[in-house]
Ligand binder design. Structure first.
Ligand SMILES: [Cu+2]
Length: 312
């Protein structure tokens, strides 16, 4: 499953779409108009200027990295309370508002109907949890929160719809020292497990990252599947927390994918900059998260006429 990967063509669409939006938005006198929350299908009836803007908005929305917007394609992430007290097991409650009110039907993706990522904006806190859905469409989950500015991401597919990642800010009051994001970090240790990443990120180009897991210097070769894979990798861009959820190149039980010590990912980041990487992996029945940081170097020029889409 590589649905989260951005292909070179999508990057192109992003650039072209952005140019279209800026051009048209200038003409319309507003570069920051309201987010278009109409379903994409409503934007195709005729060709007047407003619809051109809507189409351009949709093109941009479809090709932006996930998580930058709280509303997209007619769906909106609404937190019951955008402020929560610091502490353990604080209850986050939210709905996904759709064209017909709170969404109650979801497609299962990676064994869950909705994945929620919570991260403090200085990358000092990170949780990947699976909230519980009530009949009325209210999701709830406990989170361990420290004082600071948090971002939560809901990664889901409304039943029969396209996958979406919506993001919302969550304030946790209290005195918090905002940490500087960790610099390039290619190896880290969590609970006695050492995780090392090989490979380099390049803006707008497919990259292969190989993450190796050892414990006490011994390669771990009996990773356990977690949500249908030997690892889940979330990449967050520094500066705006653009969200990329990446899955390994192979699946458990496919006959070729080994249960460690290496987990390989194909990933394409949309721009230069630093990316904070969080790898979830499961061993001895416990899911652990390793936090790594990689810079992304400049990419090659893309040619609109001759660009070829890479298959994944
Ligand atoms: Cu999940």
């Amino acid at each position: 499953m590589n649905r989260e990967l951005t292909t070179p063509r999508r990057v192109l669409v992003f650039v072209v779409g952005l140019a279209a939006v800026f051009g048209l938005a200038l003409a319309a006198g507003s570069a920051l108009g309201p987010v278009d929350t109409e379903p994409a299908s409503s934007a195709h009836d005729d060709g007047d200027a407003h619809d051109d803007v809507s189409v351009a908005h949709d093109a941009v929305a479809a090709s932006l990295p996930g998580g930058l917007m709280s509303a997209q394609d007619g769906y909106r992430l609404v937190l019951a309370d955008p402020r929560l007290s610091p502490g353990r097991d604080r209850t986050l409650s939210f709905t996904i508002q759709g064209p017909h009110g709170a969404v109650t039907d979801y497609d299962v993706e990676h064994e869950q109907r909705l994945h929620l990522i919570a991260v403090r904006r200085d990358f000092e806190g990170y949780q990947h949890v699976h909230p519980t859905l009530a009949d009325d469409g209210t999701w709830t989950t406990p989170l361990d929160l420290t004082a600071g500015s948090w971002r939560v991401f809901a990664d889901f597919s409304p039943a029969g719809g396209e996958p979406l990642t919506l993001g919302a800010d969550l304030a946790v009051p209290g005195s918090a020292a905002a940490a500087a994001p960790q610099p390039e970090t290619r190896t880290t240790t969590v609970d006695g497990y050492t995780v090392t990443v090989a490979g380099d990120l390049t803006a707008g180009a497919h990259a292969e990252l190989s993450l190796t897991i050892t414990r006490d210097g011994v390669p771990v070769t009996d990773l356990q599947p977690y949500l249908g894979a030997y690892g889940h990798l979330v990449a967050l861009r520094e500066g705006d927390l653009a969200y990329l959820h990446v899955h390994p190149s192979g699946e458990p039980g496919d006959g070729t994918t080994q249960a460690g010590p290496e987990v390989d990912f194909g990933v394409e980041v949309p721009s230069e900059g630093a990316y904070q990487l969080y790898l979830d992996f499961r061993h001895d029945g416990v899911v652990r998260t390793a936090h790594l940081t990689l810079p992304a170097g400049p990419g090659q020029e893309h040619d609109d006429e001759h660009g070829e889409e890479q298959g994944h």
